[in-house]
Design a protein around this ligand. Structure first.
Ligand code: NAP
Length: 322
């Protein structure tokens, strides 16, 4: 298959790597017009969860710029921060590459906002079950053995089949999420809640990875995070989402008493190297702050009280700004 990936972000490069390894032709649409300004290859250090136990692998990955005729492209994978989505789609539109889109990033807006942004129905929502960080020369990432994917609609049957086949070839299961946009909101709320508690513990001079490692072993911090998750989930509920439809995803944070759920989480993070590493690697403070701020703005607009989350978000902003 011919696959175009928007940019050279952590998620795009990680999936690009394994899709290429599976035999697909992968090219990247890079923002910088001057090829000398960007390295032509990047190193990818991947903790690969497609194998059990997960294995560390290293790739030299070529960031091949797009030369495909747009008519021959099967799939365009877009995984950029939500605030960059409009700009990314505009760049693709200028190149005639804005069809057959797989959008694989966070999105907190409404269905109507998404539709207005994309401008057509030839797109599918998904979400990476992967993560990590990058600098100019290196992507360090973690890959689970599945991705989340919306079901096919009348407009996306062929696109859905192409996406499922491409991921299948790369050893990844496409887990179907019937309410994908709602799932994204629930996921964002859970992330905002837990990250707020962890980020509130940053102090000037701290190594972010060290703070995260300490927090993941601390029942006290995680219990605060679970409290914040419960508050943030009420914001999602205020949008009309029935949380019982997402029980599988929220049960670890909602069914048990907070203190007990926190102890279970400590054990989970101790055992599950993929989940722990993904949290320790995620250093994109702009992305983290944007995510928490969006949830907080919605809480204010819908008059949902989120006192614990507000307190931790304030501390996190102070710590990350300094
Ligand atoms: N990293 C994680 O651990 C993780 C985990 C789960 C989900 N996610 C979600 O996945 C999405 C992508 O995350 P990521 O970590 O891969 O992001 P990232 O590493 O920061 O990469 C972002 C990509 O977006 C491009 N970009 C930024 N602003 C743009 C603009 N205005 N127009 C066009 N392109 C633009 C960047 O281009 P340049 O290369 O030119 O800078 C880069 O290629 C986000 O929604 C994030 O929340 C991330």
């Amino acid at each position: 298959m011919r696959i175009v990936i928007m940019g050279r972000g952590v998620i795009g490069v990680t999936y690009g790597c394994v899709l290429r390894e599976a035999g697909h032709e992968v090219q990247h649409l890079l923002r910088d017009a001057d090829p000398r300004a960007r390295p032509a290859t990047t190193t990818v250090d991947l903790l690969d969860g497609r194998e059990q136990p997960p294995v560390d692998r290293s790739f030299r990955y070529p960031l091949t710029p797009v030369t495909f005729d747009p008519e021959t492209v099967d799939l365009v994978l877009v995984s950029v921060p939500a605030e960059a989505l409009a700009g990314a789609i505009e760049s693709l539109r200028r190149r005639g590459l804005d069809r057959r889109l797989l959008l694989m990033g966070g999105f907190w807006g409404s269905r109507e906002e998404l539709q207005a942004l994309v401008g057509h129905d030839d797109h599918l929502l998904g979400y990476p079950i992967a993560g990590g960080r990058r600098d100019a020369e290196l992507v360090e990432s973690v890959l689970f053995d599945s991705v989340r994917l919306a079901p096919a609609s009348a407009h996306t049957t062929a696109l859905h089949a192409a996406v499922s086949q491409a991921f299948h070839d790369a050893g990844l299961t496409a887990e179907r999420s019937p309410r994908m946009l709602e799932w994204l909101w629930v996921h964002q709320a859970v992330n905002a809640g837990i990250i707020s508690a962890i980020a509130s513990e940053f102090r000037p001079g701290d190594e972010i990875g060290d703070v995260v490692s300490r927090a993941l072993a601390s029942p006290r911090t995680l219990a605060r995070g679970i409290g914040n998750i419960r508050e943030c989930l009420r914001v999602v509920q205020a949008r009309g989402v029935r949380l019982r439809h997402h029980l599988r995803d929220i049960a670890p944070f909602t069914l048990l008493p907070k203190a007990l759920a926190a102890r279970v989480m400590v054990l989970m993070f101790r055992k599950d190297v993929l989940s722990r590493r993904i949290m320790e690697l995620h250093h994109n403070t702009d992305d983290i702050l944007a995510l928490m701020s969006e949830v907080h703005v919605s809480a204010t607009e819908s008059a949902v009280p989120v006192p614990g989350f507000t307190r931790d978000l304030g501390r996190a902003r102070d710590a990350l700004a300094s």
